[in-house]
Design a protein. Sequence first.
Length: 53
Amino acid sequence: MTGLLLKDWKLLKNQGKYFLTVVLFAAMMLFINSEEYTSFATSYMTFLITMIT
């Protein structure tokens, strides 16, 4: 059981930079005052958080 938790921690650590980059990009799109970018960023963030969990 401990080995699985260590494996999960290492996977999250390795993928953390990628997810941080994607989240920052989507957050940047939220600040653009266009309706199509806002709806895309909101739906994309929802999808991304679902995939992470």
